[in-house]
Design a protein around this ligand. Sequence first.
Ligand SMILES: Cc1cc2nc3c(=O)[nH]c(=O)nc-3n(C[C@H](O)[C@H](O)[C@H](O)COP(=O)(O)OP(=O)(O)OC[C@H]3O[C@@H](n4cnc5c(N)ncnc54)[C@H](O)[C@@H]3O)c2cc1C
Length: 301
Amino acid sequence: MHHDVVIVGGGSAGLSAAQALARARRRVVVVDAGAPRNRFASAVHNVFGHDDTPPETLLAKGRTELLRYPTASVIAGTVVDAAPAGSGFSLALADGRALQTRTLILAGGVRDVLPPLDGLAARWGRSVLHCPYCHGFEVAGRALGVFAADAMGLHRALMLPDWGPTTCFLEHGFEPDADDARKLANRGVVLERAPVIRLLGTAPALDGVQLADGRRVAIDALFVGSRVEPVDGLAASLGCVQDMGPLGPHLRVDAFKQTTVPGVFAAGDLSQPMHSVPLAVASGLLAGVGAHQALIAVDAG
Ligand SMILES: Cc1cc2nc3c(=O)[nH]c(=O)nc-3n(C[C@H](O)[C@H](O)[C@H](O)COP(=O)(O)OP(=O)(O)OC[C@H]3O[C@@H](n4cnc5c(N)ncnc54)[C@H](O)[C@@H]3O)c2cc1C
């Protein structure tokens, strides 16, 4: 086997896993397609030591740090197939290259599936936001909107008044029960039941929303819960079991990020129900250590 570990995905999780392995002097290669989930945002927040840094700057620093280690390398490319081969795994890249590895870390992340409302995608990460902890401070004190079609939407609506005056747009006929309605009122959240049919303003800025009954509501930022799904189908084709989280599926892993398939580890958003850069970094470290310990166990016999 040419590599001890191949890591699919060079986002925060994959680079963190690679650093742990490179520092353990193992032959590790990261294959990265270069499309991290937060690429739509102008900066990352709530990342200790790196607050307000452009996502591409943070990842470029991570790659530079990694490449100081002689046993680490990064390949720009997309892994399109992964299969067991001998005592390890064989990977196929879209450009025809092939890699052989003893262990595998899946860190390809998830993609956001947005509600099908015209104009949402063009504002994603700028004025249409997924998480107040990541981007709420930047719109604090301004008129905020939030979509709610379920308990997660209500959860967001209850939080948002800490950042600004909040209008909650109830979707698809969703209605909070009496207890939730009381809590929302206590938090000063205004409820709107007319469907939102259009976003107003020049993207990526937002001036407000157009309601189906003809009214317009002025808001500066809209919080929307996306559904998530794995970026690639590698875990599914390898037979890794997944569980369902509040936003979508994630792989079932143990404390050191081993999936249900021996030798296959997972890190980052793909491996856990809660998503953030620091959580991805932490899970990458665990996966790196997990893969390293698995290699030692085989080498020790
Ligand atoms: C708009 C937005 C803004 C956000 N802002 C913040 C924030 O401010 N602070 C914060 O903490 N979190 C933020 N997040 C969450 C954060 O982006 C994720 O939690 C984090 O990026 C997860 O890291 P990851 O390494 O698991 O995945 P990613 O960062 O998505 O990286 C995965 C990498 O793997 C590559 N890849 C995928 N499949 C393959 C394949 N088959 N072959 C090769 N490469 C592959 C991708 O191209 C990508 O480069 C935000 C999310 C969104 C959607």
